[in-house]
Design a protein around this ligand. Structure first.
Ligand SMILES: [Zn+2]
Length: 264
């Protein structure tokens, strides 16, 4: 029974992941979400067997059945990631309502993450929806399903985490970063509270910085003759912040365990 439910939740997540791919690819293109999908290369309308999450990609070896052009890895990656996410939410044993709340939030964050990687921008409607969903956790205790009064620190967590981004944005007149990352941080603050939100942000900044430096140093053999990265190259930050959020939420990492790494 548990295994069957686990498999069902993975498949459900993969199907939702498939829909999220469509949202990312069609947002701001004028195409509706309901139209049939076609191959980006040959335009052939895709049939049922081309649209089974993850499996279609595996069985076709990542190529279009009609024109043999390669299909973006984004499809199976997002589908399996959301599938695994739903499975983990179940295995973590979150209370039912909290599990659904987090599933909705992470589906939205998946769209933000993939969109930021593709376009280096976080669209306002997505990030405002995230802030609005996070705001729910201010007034509802999802563990016990009761209405709760937020503490002052919890209420301040959003604006406080937004501040550093706003200051950098203001000082640089918007040239160093967009405000999208700041809005995302606001939502993370309300979702995790001040301590958890700060931890998620710090983890994101560290991993992002380490990876940026590694890319700058290692690019001479990584991209031989390809596009060169410079200090000015834009690095999407949303994926790192969301990674921090995932680590804090699922591994119960907190500010104090983070500090204890440095106190030998
Ligand atoms: Zn094709």
């Amino acid at each position: 029974m548990y295994i069957a439910l686990g498999i069902f939740l993975f498949c459900l997540g993969a199907c939702i992941g498939s829909f999220l791919n469509v949202v990312v690819l069609r947002y701001n293109t004028g195409r509706s979400l309901s139209g049939r999908s076609g191959c980006f290369s040959c335009g052939h309308t895709l049939g049922f067997f081309d649209l089974v999450p993850v499996l279609s990609f595996l069985f076709s070896s990542g190529r279009c059945r009609y024109c043999n052009s390669s299909i973006s890895l984004q499809y199976p990656l997002v589908e399996s990631a959301v599938g695994v996410l739903f499975l983990v939410l179940y295995l973590k044993g979150f209370p039912f309502l909290l599990g659904i709340y987090l599933a909705v939030i992470f589906s939205l964050l998946t769209v933000i993450l993939v969109y930021d990687i593709r376009h280096k921008i976080i669209p306002d409607p997505f990030v405002y929806a995230f802030i609005a969903l996070s705001a729910l956790s201010l007034g509802i205790d999802f563990d016990t399903v009761t209405v709760s009064t937020p503490t002052l620190w919890h209420a301040l967590a959003g604006p406080v985490l937004f501040m550093p981004f706003f200051i950098l944005w203001f000082v640089s007149k918007g040239t160093w970063l967009g405000l999208g990352d700041g809005k995302l941080a606001w939502g993370v603050g309300w979702l995790l509270g001040l301590s958890g939100g700060t931890t998620a942000l710090l983890i994101g900044v560290w991993i992002g910085a380490v990876l940026s430096i590694a890319l700058l140093l290692g690019q001479s053999w990584l991209f031989r003759g390809g596009k060169r990265l410079t200090m000015k190259s834009e690095m999407p930050f949303a994926p790192f912040m969301i990674l921090g959020l995932v680590l804090v939420l699922f591994l119960d990492i907190n500010f104090y365990s983070l500090l204890s790494i440095f106190s030998f």
